[in-house]
Design a binder for this molecule. Structure first.
Ligand code: 5GP
Ligand code: MN
Length: 346
C-alpha cells in the first residue's frame, strides 16, 4: 500500500526530526510541481516546529505566488550570497522535483561542496546519487503526489493544513496538465482524495493556475500558433520558435511560455511538439510528445538536457535558426518511430 515501505523512510523521518534548520531546494526555473512540493512540505515542517527556508535557484512564475510562503522564498539569482549562506548553514537539505545537481543551476557548486545530510524526493527518470536519502518513483504523476504519501507515511497527516494541501494539489494539477496526462494510476486519485479531505478548494486552485494569465500571455499564445508554428507533416511534429524581440514585444515574463509548447499536440496525428526560445545568450528548448516517443532521449543526447519520456527540456548555444536545423536533422533519425507512434493514435 505504502510506496515508502521498502525505502529508507525511517532514516528520512529521523533526519527531519533530528535537525532544526531545514532548507528546501526546488529545481532551477521551478514549475508548479517543484514550487507546490516545496511550499506544501514547508508548511508541514513549520507545523513540526522547524526553521525552514525555501531557496530557489531562479525566480518562478507569478501565478504560483499565491501563498505567504511563496513570498518568502529566497531567490538565488537575485540574492546569491544570502542564498548560498543559508544553504551552507542548513542542518538538512531537501531536494524536490530533481535528481541531478545540475538542475540546481547556480546552487550546483555550493551543494556539491557540502557534506550536509540531504533528502531527495523526485519522479524523473535516471536519478543520480545526490542525497543521503533518495526517494525516486518515476511512476508518480508528480513530486507533489510523492510528498503527500511521504507525509502520511511519516504519520504527519495532522500537520498538513489546507494551504499545504492546496499547494500540493497545485503541483499535481500542473504536472498532469489538469489530469490530461500522466494521471491514469489509481494511486493518484487516492492521494487527491486525501488532499480533498483537507478542504482544498479545487476550483479556486484551478483558476489560480490556469485562469490568471496576462493579456500579453494570451496574445503571445495566439501569435505563436498563428504566425510561428511550423508543422512538419511527414514527421508528425510541430515546432514554434520565438526570438528575443518577439518575447520582448509581448512583455514576456517567466511562465508565459508554459503551455504554448503543448498546444500543437492538439492537431490530429501530432506526436512531437517543440518550443525554441531565444534567451540571454542561449536557446531554451521545451519538448513534449505523445505515446512512447522519447523526447527526453533527444533532449539528453543532443541538447544538454533531459526530463520525462513525454516532457523534457534542453538548451543550445547555436543560433535560433541553427538550432532548428539541428533539431530537424536529428528528427530524421526518428522518422520511423514517429510514424509507429502516430499509428497508435488512430
Ligand atoms: P519545460 O519544458 O517545462 O522546461 O520542462 C519539461 C520537463 O523537462 C520538466 O519535467 C523539467 O523538469 C525537465 N527539464 C527541463 N529542462 C531540463 C534540463 O535541462 N535537464 C533535465 N534533466 N530536465 C529538464
Ligand atoms: Mn515534476
Amino acid at each position: 500500500m505504502n510506496r515508502f515501505e521498502c525505502l529508507s523512510l525511517d532514516s528520512a523521518k529521523s533526519l527531519i526530526i533530528e535537525n532544526n534548520s531545514i532548507v528546501i531546494v526546488p529545481h532551477t526555473n521551478a514549475d508548479g510541481d517543484a514550487m507546490g512540493a516545496s511550499i506544501g512540505l514547508y508548511y508541514v515542517l513549520k507545523e513540526l516546529g522547524k526553521s525552514v527556508t525555501i531557496v530557489s535557484p531562479t525566480d518562478f512564475p507569478e501565478y504560483l505566488k499565491w501563498t505567504d510562503a511563496s513570498k518568502q522564498v529566497v531567490i538565488a539569482e537575485w540574492e546569491n550570497a544570502k542564498a548560498k549562506r543559508i544553504v551552507r548553514q542548513a542542518d538538512l537539505l531537501i531536494y524536490l522535483d530533481f535528481n541531478d545537481l545540475k538542475r540546481a543551476g547556480n546552487l550546483e557548486e555550493t551543494l556539491i561542496s557540502l557534506k550536509t545530510p540531504s533528502i531527495m524526493i523526485d519522479h524523473h527518470p535516471f536519478p543520480k546519487d545526490i542525497a543521503t536519502c533518495m526517494f525516486s518513483d518515476t511512476t508518480s504523476s508528480s513530486t507533489c503526489e510523492l510528498i503527500v504519501d511521504f507525509i502520511y507515511a511519516c504519520g504527519w497527516s495532522e500537520k498538513m493544513s489546507k494551504v499545504s494541501a492546496s499547494s500540493l494539489f497545485m503541483g499535481i494539477l500542473t504536472d498532469t496538465g489538469g489530469f490530461a496526462h500522466n494521471s491514469s494510476n489509481p494511486d493518484l486519485y487516492r492521494v487527491v482524495g486525501l488532499l480533498m479531505s483537507k478542504k482544498v478548494d479545487k476550483d479556486y486552485i484551478y483558476s489560480k493556475v490556469f485562469h490568471q494569465f496576462s493579456e500579453n500571455r494570451l496574445r503571445l499564445m495566439g501569435y505563436s500558433i498563428s504566425e510561428k508554428m511550423v508543422v512538419l507533416d511527414g514527421m508528425h511534429t510541430a515546432h514554434i520558435a520565438l526570438t528575443s524581440e518577439e518575447l520582448k514585444r509581448f512583455k514576456f515574463q517567466s511562465g508565459d511560455t508554459e503551455g504554448i509548447v503543448n498546444e500543437s499536440l492538439q492537431i490530429s496525428g501530432m506526436v512531437c511538439a517543440v518550443l525554441f526560445m531565444e534567451k540571454d545568450g542561449f536557446i531554451k528548448i521545451s519538448f513534449r510528445s505523445k505515446c512512447d516517443f522519447p523526447v527526453n532521449e533527444i533532449a539528453e543526447k543532443y541538447f544538454s538536457g533531459g526530463g520525462h519520456l513525454n516532457a523534457a527540456g534542453g538548451r543550445s548555444n547555436l543560433s535560433l535558426q541553427e538550432t532548428i536545423l539541428k533539431f530537424e536533422n536529428v528528427l530524421e533519425d526518428y522518422k520511423e518511430l514517429l510514424i509507429e507512434e502516430m499509428q497508435k493514435l488512430k
